[in-house]
Design a protein around this ligand. Structure first.
Ligand SMILES: NC(=O)c1ccc[n+]([C@@H]2O[C@H](COP(=O)([O-])OP(=O)(O)OC[C@H]3O[C@@H](n4cnc5c(N)ncnc54)[C@H](O)[C@@H]3O)[C@@H](O)[C@H]2O)c1
Length: 246
């Protein structure tokens, strides 16, 4: 893929896998994550890779990441935004500070990184943005034992709505905006699940297992690519069939 792509959440899990696949396929990548050292350890260095530490809930970090990408590679064609914070607090444990923190990172962060990328992409009248929501929005998971709770689920519901609003606003300016919606995926984000809970959750999946990060990353890379040139405002579910039916 001969594109220049900004990937957030690139130190771990799905974002790290997207970065590795993009580099393998010939893209130039700016990898962005607050865990800079971990990201550099995982990705190493190459002429096609720029690693930047930053927090998506901070406007200056988002705009700096895009400016640094343009300076280093000369353009920005795509954004895959995976960076997010998790919250397992149940409805009666959730404090306003935690709720606000999760919304700031997951929702405001999605807006800010998309805004920074779209500012550049609209000038070139071409670009593709992929945000990340979650199958938990459909299922309404309730938290506890590492599972997403109301702060996390509501933040991911907001990302879905944000994606559609951005798709409508940016489409006429040549920029596509879509989302990938993973079911439970084997990454550090779900490491807190108990054995019993994992077994119970797998029963919900017709395919009888959780996803591997590559299975989500391939969906994100498709949406990013020109193969999806007539797709915008779409949410791609990749969840082993966990949520279909009544
Ligand atoms: N793993 C799952 O089961 C699952 C299910 C549904 C949706 N998702 C979504 O997929 C995406 C990737 O999750 P993952 O499973 O790879 O998780 P992960 O925990 O492995 O990786 C998340 C990354 O986001 C980074 N991050 C945290 N706060 C950030 C911030 N303020 N700014 C920028 N980056 C930040 C972390 O440092 C980490 O590297 C997330 O948006 C997550 O909500 C994951």
């Amino acid at each position: 893929m001969k594109k220049t792509v900004l990937v957030t959440g690139a130190a771990s899990g799905i974002g790290l896998t997207c970065t590795k696949l993009l580099l393998e396929r010939g893209a130039k990548v700016t990898a962005f994550d607050p865990q800079l050292e971990k990201m550099v350890d995982a990705l190493g260095s190459s002429d096609s890779l720029l690693t930047i530490g930053g927090d998506v809930s901070q406007k200056k970090d988002c705009f700096n990441a895009v400016a640094a990408t343009i300076e280093c590679f000369g353009c920005l064609d795509g954004l895959i935004h995976c960076g997010a914070a998790h919250s397992s607090a149940r409805w009666n444990e959730l404090e306003p500070d935690e709720m606000n923190k999760i919304l700031a990172i997951n929702v405001t962060g999605s807006l800010l990184i998309a805004q920074a990328a779209a500012n550049h992409m609209t000038k070139q009248a071409k670009g593709s943005i992929v945000l990340t929501t979650s199958a938990s929005v459909l299922f309404g998971v309730t938290g506890g034992n590492g599972q997403g709770g109301p702060a996390y689920v509501s933040s991911k519901g907001a990302v879905l709505a944000l994606m559609r609003s951005l798709a409508r606003a940016l489409g006429p300016m040549g920029v596509r905006v879509n989302a990938v919606s993973p079911g439970i995926t084997n990454t550090p984000m779900v490491a807190g699940y108990t054995e019993e809970q994992q077994a119970a959750m797998k029963q919900r999946f017709p395919l009888g297992r959780f996803a591997e990060p590559e299975e989500i990353a391939e969906g994100a890379l498709y949406l990013l690519s020109d193969k999806a040139s007539f797709m915008t405002g779409e949410n791609m579910h990749i969840n082993g069939g966990s949520n279909f039916g009544g």
